[in-house]
Design a protein around this ligand. Structure first.
Ligand code: IFM
Length: 440
């Protein structure tokens, strides 16, 4: 790899990210059912109807996995807590086995000198709450606040950072408008409510954590660079709608107390009554903002009602996900986030990485090149004035890629899903060579 720690500002942190349902093995340790289990059990939703029952069996092998993170020289490990593992019914009686697991996990990081970066929710909603309408239900902020209180009363004293919800766009839009993730809805009213309740729940969780005296609290949003397929005004307007829904809705809510007009054009009639009064909670001050970045989309005008956009053909090399490799988008998002929304607030690249059809005995040079190019983009953003403070690779190891099952391999470590053997890839070794050099 081209980079070294010396190329980044002093104190810049490097880490890896995973999430609970994608690696833990949800069948273990008394976790309750989630909407991902029922979504995956419905034919046609997930490749081979695969689910997170066993995943990487991280629940039993977490010490080995923490050793891999330590061997990599990572400063920080970004993990998530499973709501249904901690509160199998979504509310009420905690599962002590689940809380003990996160306690041991955090202590295992600290024992290895790794900073724990917790995300409270990364998509596995307890089924009993999904049965009550899930993110559409106006009680979600209260349920989420209670979950936050339960988890963080136990581990909040030792985590280095915490964020409430991973990728609100996926929780709101992808899951309720596109129907591609659980609960698999395609409904504009459900979408409007979910998008708003996700942000309200974010704010409620931040307030709970502040009340517990926790510091270093942030939000993690995923962004896709949107480029018009042509300079035709219709394509440009469609691109602005895509950008507003995907990117500006969440930043606008968190930092400006407003939603973009291009989104209100479609969602306003369906937002819950009194939504305008919720921005004080949604915009409760943060200590950092997280940017998850993978790709860009070329957008053209589409047929039909709002939002009337369509994806145009790709023109750049693609990852195994079919996503264009476009590192400039990361640089531009980091600059734009600081310039238009977050100012001097530290920005972390909380996810970046690529899926590749890796085999354990073949060097994953494509991933090394991808990471190299995106790390250069981070350096360019820093040079341009963006206060970027850290970078996390998605992901530590191959895992459950949601509706695409176990086929898409994002890991720095190869996982054989028959034997569960872990084998570090060439990208792991390449990063370890310089991350281990002078861990901060
Ligand atoms: O695997 C996902 C992760 O759960 C959230 N961010 C994007 C990753 C790759 O699709």
């Amino acid at each position: 790899m081209q980079a070294s720690r010396a190329d980044f500002p002093e104190g810049f942190l490097f880490g890896v990210a995973t999430s609970a349902y994608q690696i833990e093995g949800h069948a273990f340790g008394g976790a309750g059912p989630t909407h991902w289990d029922s979504f995956a059990a419905t034919p046609g939703n997930v490749v081979r109807a695969e689910n997170g029952e066993r995943a990487c069996d991280h629940y039993h092998r977490f010490e080995e996995d923490l050793d891999l993170i330590s061997g990599l020289g990572a400063d920080v490990y970004r993990f998530s807590t499973s709501w249904a593992r901690v509160l199998p019914d979504g509310t009420g009686q905690p599962n002590h086995e689940g809380l003990d697991f996160y306690d041991r996990l955090v202590d295992g990081m600290l024992a290895r000198g790794i900073r724990p970066a917790a995300t409270l929710y990364h998509w596995e909603l307890p089924q009993p709450l999904a049965d009550k309408g899930g993110w559409r239900n106006a009680d979600m902020p209260n349920w989420f606040a209670d979950f936050t209180q339960t988890v963080m009363s136990r581990i909040g004293d030792r985590v280095w950072s915490a964020a409430p919800i991973n990728e609100p766009w996926c929780v709101g839009w992808l899951s309720h408008f596109d129907g591609a993730h659980a609960p698999g809805l395609r409904d504009i009213r459900a979408t409007a409510r979910a998008m708003h309740h996700v942000l309200k729940s974010h704010g409620a969780a931040i307030e709970v954590m502040r009340g517990l005296g926790m510091k270093n609290l942030g939000a993690v949003c995923n962004f896709e660079w949107a480029a018009p397929a042509s300079d035709d005004p219709a394509d440009m307007a469609a691109t602005a709608r895509y950008d507003a829904i995907y990117n500006r809705f969440f930043l606008g809510g968190l930092f400006k107390g407003e939603y973009p007009p291009e989104v209100l054009e479609g969602l306003e009639p369906h937002l819950p009554k009194g939504w305008q009064d919720d921005f004080a909670l949604i915009g409760t001050p943060l200590d950092w903002i997280g940017v998850n970045y993978y790709t860009r989309k070329r957008i053209r005008a589409g047929d039909g009602p709002w939002p009337a956009y369509a994806e145009a053909e790709t023109v750049l090399p693609l990852t195994q996900m079919g996503w264009e490799i476009y590192p400039d988008g990361l640089r531009d998002f980091l600059l734009r986030t600081a310039r238009e929304y977050s100012g001097d607030l530290p920005i972390y690249v909380t996810e970046n990485g690529m899926a590749n059809p890796d085999l354990p005995d073949r060097p994953d040079t494509e991933r090394i090149d991808y990471l190299d190019a995106h790390l250069s983009a981070v350096r360019e953003a820093i040079a341009g004035g963006a206060p970027v403070s850290g970078y996390f690779v998605w992901s530590l190891m191959d895992n459950y890629e949601w509706s695409l099952g176990y086929e898409k391999r994002f890991g720095l470590v190869h996982v054989d899903f028959e034997t569960l053997a872990r084998t570090p890839k060439a990208s792991y070794e390449a990063l370890a060579r310089w991350w281990r050099a002078q861990a901060s």
